[in-house]
Every structure is written in C-alpha cells, then in structure tokens.
Design a protein around this ligand. Structure first.
Ligand code: FES
Length: 116
C-alpha cells in the first residue's frame, strides 16, 4: 500500500487531537494521539455526514476521554470509533490505518475526498 506522510508524532499533542489533510475548508482526518498510539478517522460523522469538530483541531470531549461530534453531540470511542451515545449510537467512524515509523505518522496515499 502506498503511504503518505501525515506529520511527525511530536506534532500531535499527547492526549489531544488534530484535524489534518485539509482540502477546501475542511480537514479530511480526525487524528487522536494517546501516548505512542495514534488513531485516525475520516472527519465524517455517520449521523448527517458533517465534519465532527467545533473548531479547528477540537474533536475531543473536555476531559479528552472520547471524540464528540459537536453538531448533535454524538460520542465516539477513541479506539474503535464506535458511537456509544447520541443520535447515531451503534454506528462507527470510518477508521484510517496509521503507520508509525521513525517518529513520523503515515496514512494510505489514497483517501476519499469527502468534501469536494
Ligand atoms: S452530524 Fe454528528 S451528531 Fe449529528
């Protein structure tokens, strides 16, 4: 699989989130770091297919414990992308496989363009 370099691991705040792969006015990916693990999802809420964040890079609940879609407050597990509360309970964010190599974060080179 061809990969594209997303960023350096140390550009992701530990316990925080970032939006990356900006196209048009939206970031294509929601990326969450927890210590040396990185989880990435398409920035596309399964409820109404809107971007998740309430402002740039803000994808997490105040305590950092889960991802929140701010449109209608769907709550998603960081590790699985499963919605466990809110209007799309039982649905999932679309995961993007992440490869960590030599301090860099890589994702597949071909990702769907959601917001064109
Ligand atoms: S669009 Fe995400 S909860 Fe409604």
């Amino acid at each position: 699989m061809n990969l594209q370099r997303l960023c350096r691991l140390d550009e992701l705040p530990d316990g925080g989130s970032r939006g990356l792969l900006r196209r048009g006015g939206d970031d294509q990916l929601c990326v969450v770091r927890q210590r040396d693990e990185v989880f990435a999802y398409l920035n596309d809420c399964p409820h109404e297919h809107r971007p998740l964040e309430y402002r740039q890079d803000r994808f997490l609940a105040a305590d950092g414990s889960h991802i929140v879609c701010y449109a209608h407050s769907a709550h998603f597990d960081i590790r699985s992308g499963l919605c466990f509360a809110g209007p799309c309970t039982g649905e999932r964010l679309v995961p993007v496989p992440v490869t960590l190599r030599d301090g860099d974060v890589w994702v597949p080179a071909v990702l769907p363009n959601l917001f064109d």
